[in-house]
Ligand binder design. Structure first.
Ligand code: SAH
Length: 246
């Protein structure tokens, strides 16, 4: 099954953009996924092809009109999930990306200016509002590109080694352990001894402990959730915590 992406945008020329090169580009050329960029302006009905208007209640900028957006969304008649990119949406997670990548594809609605007329979401409750994180972009397109990139690399056959996705950041609720490569000494710094030991059990123990420690220090939010799910902190990190407490 091909992952079918449809992007509703005022800037279709931004696609495939970065998704046309490297891993995603090769997968696109092979037909592992498909991409259609639809011009929202084609759904405007007046002679000026108006897609936006001033905000009700006043304020800066322009708001995308609900009727035009609804017509663009309604033009897609299959049952793929419909995602609107907005900082007001639920922050996207790796779990959501994985679920999308396992499905038939996605329809992604990109905002511009001050965003969408809220009534769009009331009238079309199937639209899922998704945020890339607590930042404000100038448009939904870079968010759509990022979201699609994350999905595409998970499609069967797209990534070189099929296991390289499984140990990554967030897949187990933790950040990934730190990585090193040759040369073994660089600017006087060595690669941790254990990684050169060839002892696979020791290496995976070290990696797990590092993943836990780094998650605890860098992302207390993830760490708290991880401990909640497991019921108690994992052994390596608990040991480390005790060391710091002393
Ligand atoms: N006034 C809006 C921001 C509009 S930014 C607000 O404060 O909520 C213009 C468009 O960029 C948005 O409609 C959305 O499609 C996109 N965008 C901006 N930040 C984003 C984010 N963090 N995640 C997803 N899309 C975003």
């Amino acid at each position: 099954m091909t992952f079918a992406a449809t992007v509703l945008t005022l800037y279709p020329e931004m696609f495939p953009g970065p998704l046309g090169v490297s891993l995603a580009g090769r997968a696109l050329a092979r037909g592992d996924w498909s991409l259609e960029a639809v011009q929202i302006r084609d759904f405007a009905t007046d002679k000026h092809r108006t897609v936006d208007d001033t905000p009700a209640g006043g304020g800066a900028g322009m708001v995308l009109k609900a009727d035009i957006l609804a017509a663009a969304v309604d033009s897609v008649t299959d049952h793929r999930p419909v995602l609107a990119m907005t900082p007001r949406g639920a922050p996207v997670t790796q779990a959501r990306i994985r679920a999308l990548a396992d499905g038939p594809g996605a329809v992604i609605l990109c905002g511009r200016f001050e965003g969408f007329d809220e009534r769009l979401f009331e009238a079309r409750p199937v639209i899922e509002q998704v945020s890339l994180g607590d930042i404000v972009l100038s448009g939904g397109e870079p968010a759509a590109l990022a979201l699609l990139d994350a999905c595409i690399r998970l499609l069967p056959g797209v990534m070189g080694a099929p296991t390289s996705g499984a140990e990554e950041s967030f897949e187990e609720g933790l950040l990934e352990y730190p990585q090193y490569t040759r040369p073994s000494i660089w600017e006087g710094r060595t690669i941790p001894e254990v990684l050169r030991s060839g002892d696979h059990a020791k290496i995976s123990g070290w990696r797990k402990a590092m993943a836990e420690t780094d998650t605890r220090l860098r992302r207390p939010d993830l760490w708290e959730r991880y401990c909640g799910v497991r019921g108690r902190p994992a052994s390596g990190a608990r040991r480390e915590m005790k060391d710091t407490d002393q």
